[in-house]
Write a protein that binds this ligand. Structure first.
Ligand SMILES: [Fe+2]
Ligand SMILES: [Fe+2]
Length: 399
């Protein structure tokens, strides 16, 4: 019945409502009622009401407790060490990057993203037929879209890091947290400046990213904020930054990402330290299961839902179907490299903090993610390990 009505709709109307249909599909996939209840309000605000696209300021209501400690204890040596390292690792985004670098978007010797980022031969079979020059422009737009989402994610990280600093109960965690707030401010500064002065383009926040940010900003439970921010969003960021760092030949962007990755590696390490003990020893089995399910659903949202909807709307709405675009983006070699980098960071961290019990592992197995299970977690990996990882070689896979 639904399919029949769907086919009768004019194509333009159909494309106009695909994002709503997608929203319903996302929530239909969430099996656990508790996870559904906790994500549904953010889903309604982000996917149905499109709050991310309704101008500024965007308001999110927070309801967590702020913890003070008037005795100033030294209570967590690993966090104290991260605080010391963070103070020494500060850099100045205005002074330490060569902003005089000429970024020429038509220079294919030093592209922002390599031409093989997307598989245009496969695209042709889906009706995405473009000249060489337009292929280059679309690839540049995909780079600008990715960097715009990095920037929006960094704003989320800036505000969430401030919340986490209030909500954490380790005093050493509060001191460390203040450095993360500064780090995230610097990341907002450099991504914003790069987009503004070098690419001249800024895309709206993606609805799915909005949902994740909204969910963790509004959740009153401090450990949910930590899992959302320090493990999931930071894992996503680290995967995305590492991929772009490996792929780009543009020297300013490469050095900008190097600086950001060094900071982010500390952030994820902090998340693992803060959550490991808490989730293994201090929450009930029921609470741990709920967090495990929540993390899995967010991981699925991250795997399947960053499909550059805003670029599609600009280039192909009305001419190429949304489902075909998702195939084109989802199977692009660049996106495959991103997913690989993201989950090779995130899954070992989830294991390390106790959110990969045998109960949830079959779900990760079905999603093809258990191959990352044995990797090193953030407390056993350095930024240099991430930066020194072999360059992703983009191979165009057969469709
Ligand atoms: Fe950041
Ligand atoms: Fe961060």
């Amino acid at each position: 019945m639904f399919d029949h009505a769907w086919k009768l709709m004019p194509k333009k109307v159909r494309e106009g409502v695909t994002s709503y249909v997608d929203a319903v599909r996302i929530f239909a996939q969430i099996r656990d009622p508790k996870v559904l209840r906790s994500l549904a309000p953010s889903g309604v605000r982000g996917l149905l009401l499109k709050r991310g696209k309704q101008g500024v300021p965007a308001r999110m209501t927070a309801s967590h407790d702020a913890y003070f400690d008037w005795t100033y204890p030294s209570d967590q040596p690993e966090m104290a060490d991260l605080y010391a390292r963070a103070k020494r690792g500060q850099w100045d985004g205005a002074r330490d990057l060569d902003w005089a670098t000429d970024v020429d978007l038509e220079n294919w010797e030093r592209p922002i993203l390599p031409p093989e980022f997307a598989d245009f031969r496969y695209g042709e079979t889906l009706g995405i037929k473009l000249s060489r020059a337009d292929q280059g422009r679309l690839t540049n737009d995909l780079a600008a879209w990715s960097l715009s989402q990095f920037l929006h994610g960094e704003q989320g990280a800036l505000l969430a890091a401030a919340q986490v600093t209030e909500a954490v109960q380790f005093f050493d965690g509060k001191l460390y947290g203040a450095t993360q707030v500064v780090d995230e401010a610097r990341h907002v500064e450099v991504f914003s400046r790069y987009l503004d002065t070098k690419l001249g383009k800024l895309y709206h926040v993606n609805d799915n990213l909005f949902v994740i940010i909204d969910a963790l900003m509004a959740d009153s439970r401090w450990d949910m904020k930590f899992i959302g921010m320090q493990i999931m969003i930071e894992g996503l960021a680290l995967g995305a930054f590492a991929t772009m760092h490996q792929l780009t030949s543009e020297p300013l962007l490469k050095s900008l990402l190097r600086g950001v990755i060094q900071d982010e590696a500390r952030h994820v390490h902090y998340g693992v330290v803060a959550l490991r003990e808490h989730l293994n020893n201090e929450v009930s089995d029921r609470e741990r299961r709920e967090r495990e399910d929540w993390a899995f659903e967010i991981a699925m949202l991250m795997r399947d839902r960053f499909m550059a909807r805003e670029v599609y709307d600009e280039w192909f709405a009305g001419s190429v179907s949304w489902d075909d675009w998702k195939l084109f983006v989802g199977r692009s070699p660049g996106m495959e490299a991103f997913r690989h980098n993201m989950f090779s960071r995130m899954v070992p961290n989830l294991r390390e903090i106790g959110l990969m019990s045998p109960r949830i592992q079959p779900h990760y197995e079905a999603a093809g993610l258990m191959r990352y299970f044995g990797g090193r977690a953030a407390d056993a990996i350095t930024a240099e390990d991430i930066l020194g990882a072999p360059s992703a070689s983009l191979t165009v896979s057969a469709a």
